[in-house]
Design a protein around this ligand. Structure first.
Ligand code: MRU
Length: 359
């Protein structure tokens, strides 16, 4: 399906055709294609191959995906339904290891099934549909709120540096790290954004630059190793990045290269903000070193963007997809509920306590 992607959300449900709709991000910016995925194997592949990517978007895709699988389970028996549901859940959960939103969304969907052992299967399927759509709707609201809090930390005309893509394409809409920029745009502000190209898969060059330019934002792409220079030039007032998982102590895993940007930010005295919906905060993981880090195929480094292999056949290649930024380097974590500052361990615990115990 070739259409103008401006009119599409990154992830959506086409219930009539039993399909998950995604913008194929591997084709951007050259080719704007919407994929309609009906098979669980295709949804798994789409997540693994980064056709749909970014922690929140992966979570929403998995929620819609598991609903579509559940919808096709042909049984009236609750126990048989649960077994089939869990098989599909385990399978989708194996697509990528780092973004906790994937597991968070699948757990939420499973809870719907577990909370309704005496409900008929048709009704459970309806409830699953509602939950998947709620996860999707919440994502839009959450990102907008992160944008509003983030915007309070910058002023019109500021230079902003970002790494990877934590924009609209990584969520349903708005993004996390780019949300302050989009919310600012809605209020008539503009910013100068520097997008790290983000080796090896070029999410910054291909995706961040694409969506920012489409929104009319002043955008400059730099190679990852130029970040120090633009900071030294005095062009950067703040750094906003997304994340795939925040540990209980505030350590944050994000696209490989993020921790280096944080170290540079400290050197130059530039605030380094991590934008994290609470769905990305994993209070079950104490420290960043316990966050599973995905390693991806070496061809992404040696061959992917070249006509022919660029690295000697016998050279070893190490391709971790994420790194962990130490909490000491993070100026603040911006959530949909507000701006969290150090001490993170204490303040994150308090945030989740307050969420569980509303007044
Ligand atoms: O491998 P990717 O492209 O899925 O990695 C994405 C990131 O690192 C994003 O910064 C993160 O998921 C946050 S998206 C709002």
């Amino acid at each position: 399906m070739k259409q103008d992607i401006k009119y599409f959300d990154t992830v959506a449900l086409d219930d009539q055709n039993n399909a998950l709709l995604i913008i194929d991000q591997t084709q951007l910016p050259g080719n704007k294609e919407i994929l309609s995925l009906t098979k669980i194997e295709d949804i798994w592949q789409a997540i693994y191959l980064l056709k749909v990517r970014g922690a929140p978007a992966i979570g929403v895709a998995a929620a819609i995906g598991i609903y579509l699988v559940a919808k096709q389970i042909a049984t009236d028996s609750y126990s048989e339904f649960l077994i089939e549901f869990r098989k599909a859940k385990e399978y989708l959960a194996s697509s990528r290891p780092t973004a906790v939103n994937l597991f968070w969304a699948l757990e939420r969907m499973e809870k719907v099934v577990l909370d309704n052992p005496d409900t008929d299967i048709k009704q459970i399927k309806n409830l699953l549909r509602e939950e998947a759509l709620l996860i999707r709707e919440e994502d839009i609201r959450v990102c907008k709120s992160i944008g509003e809090y983030g915007l309070s930390l910058i002023k019109d005309g500021d230079g902003i540096l970002t790494h990877c893509n934590a924009g609209s394409l990584a969520t349903v809409k708005y993004g996390t790290a780019l949300a302050p920029i989009y919310v600012g745009l809605e209020q008539g502000m503009n910013f100068k954004v520097y997008a790290d190209e983000t080796r090896p898969l070029l999410q910054g060059a291909r995706l961040t630059a694409y969506e920012l330019v489409e929104h009319g934002v002043d955008t400059t792409v730099i190679c990852d190793n130029m970040a120090s220079q633009v900071m030294k030039n005095g062009w950067i007032n703040a750094i906003f990045v997304g994340c795939d998982r925040v540990a209980a102590n505030g350590d944050a895993a994000n696209k490989i290269g993020t921790s280096g940007v944080a170290i540079l930010a400290k050197h130059y005295g530039i605030p380094f903000y991590v934008c994290a919906p609470t769905s990305t905060i994993d209070m079950n993981i104490k420290h960043g070193e316990d966050i599973p880090i995905e390693e991806r195929p070496s061809e992404e480094i040696s061959e992917m963007w070249y006509k022919q292999r660029m690295i000697h056949q016998n050279a070893k290649i190490y391709n971790p997809a994420f790194d962990v930024t130490d909490y000491e380097l993070i100026t603040a974590i911006i959530t949909e509920y507000g701006i969290i500052r150090a001490p993170y361990e204490e303040n994150l615990k308090k945030l989740f306590f307050d969420l569980r115990n509303p007044f």
